[in-house]
Structure formats: structure tokens, C-alpha cells
Design a protein around this ligand. Sequence first.
Ligand SMILES: C[S@@+](CC[C@H](N)C(=O)[O-])C[C@H]1O[C@@H](n2cnc3c(N)ncnc32)[C@H](O)[C@@H]1O
Length: 241
Amino acid sequence: MNKYSHFSIEEKLKNMFDHIANKYDLINHILSFGIDFIWRKKTIHILYKFNVIKVKKILDLATGTGDLAILLANKFKYAYITGLDPSYRMLEIAKKKIKDNFFEKRIQTIQGYSQNIPFQNETFDLVTIAFGIRNFQYIHHSIREIYRILKPSGTLVILEFSKPSNFWINKVYYFYFYFVTKIGNFISRNRFAYNYLKESVLSFPYCNEKMNKLLKYHKFNPIHTQKLTFGIVSIYLFKKK
Ligand SMILES: C[S@@+](CC[C@H](N)C(=O)[O-])C[C@H]1O[C@@H](n2cnc3c(N)ncnc32)[C@H](O)[C@@H]1O
């Protein structure tokens, strides 16, 4: 029994992210050798490449400490961004960064869950999710909610870990996760957190084909899939049909 075992799965995850929030950015940058920043930038690049430029309202789901929301505010100068996340402490850090970057007028943060998005139908032009979708406890509900709050022909972009197709890269990747778990647990002083990270990444069933199939099932049109860093992560671009 760990200290979270009597909570529901949503509460467990929320508590876990609350617990590691202070060290989340540091651990992320160390474990990814700083590449996570480049992956988020590349996501914005792809939006531009596919002409997703004139957007006014953006929802950054699972915004966490707000890095993608801030990048979006930098690139989309006329857009208003909402960062939604259940973890109060992750949002506290996001708010501080938003203030430091003078984006308080254009980025708001809201505590909430992807399976119950507190906005009216057809509110947003663009929904972004960076390293969030594999954590969604109710994935089908969440995708239906994203569909509901997107405007017609609205865009969904997802950045997420994926499975490298090369046999040897895959081996190294699995081996590396052994160290990620040890280092992450040590720095965050939370055994559940980085064991969970390893489990969630390695058990996440979405190779590129499955992710596209899942979103197609929910009436999204796959526009583009791009593998980054040997396929360790992928970016998926979809349009609401
Ligand atoms: C790995 S962090 C990613 C944060 C940020 N997007 C980034 O790029 O660093 C995953 C985030 O998903 C959030 N999360 C977990 N379950 C969620 C849900 N059902 N709906 C929305 N966000 C959720 C967590 O609180 C956490 O902040």
C-alpha cells in the first residue's frame, strides 16, 4: 500500500503532480537533456507549417507548469490562451511563469479535468496537449469533450511519447527508463511519481497508427503525424470534421 492507495485514480494523479510540482521542470529538463523544450517548439512549428495561424482562442489541456501555454502566447500574438489542469500546485507554478513573462492578460489558468471541460460548445479554435493525453483517466470522454468545445474545423495538436520503431533504439529507450525512474524518484522524493512515469509511458498503447485510429473514431481528421528524436515522441495534428 502506498500513501495514495485509498484515493480514486484522478485524485491519486492530481496528488502526485501536486507533490512533484516544485521539481517537475527541473527533472523534466535533466531527464530529457533539455530536449523537451525543443519538442514543444517543434509542435508550434508544425501548427505554422499547416497554416494554423489565425487562432484567437486556444485551450492548452493538461497545461501543467505552463511551458507550452507561454510558447503559444509568444507565437500567437493575438490569441487568448486557457491552461487547464487538475493540479493546483502545477498551476501555481504556471501562474508565476505567466506573470514573469507578462502574459497575465492573455493566459488564464483553470483547475479542471479533460473529461469535463468547463466551456460551452464550439469555444476554441485550437486545443493543444503536451505530454498530457497518456494521463487522461477517461480518454474517450476527454476526446468527446475536446470535440465538443472545438469550433467546426478547429485544430487539435498532441505531443506525446511514442514507441520508437527501431529495435535497438527501443532497447536503449527501455534501458534509459530504468535510470529515469531512479533519478526521478530520488530528486522528487516520491517513489510513486517516477514509477508511474515509466509505467504510463511504456504501457501507453498508442503507437502512431493507434493514436490516429482513436482520434478518427471520434470524428477527427488526421492531418499530419511527425516522429521526433527517433520516434521517442510524436506530434499529431488533427482537424475536427
Ligand atoms: C506530464 S505533465 C505535462 C505538463 C505540460 N503540458 C508539459 O508539457 O510539461 C501531465 C499533466 O497532466 C495533468 N493531468 C492529469 N490528469 C488530467 C486530466 N484528466 N485532465 C487534464 N489534465 C490532467 C497533470 O496534472 C499534469 O500537470
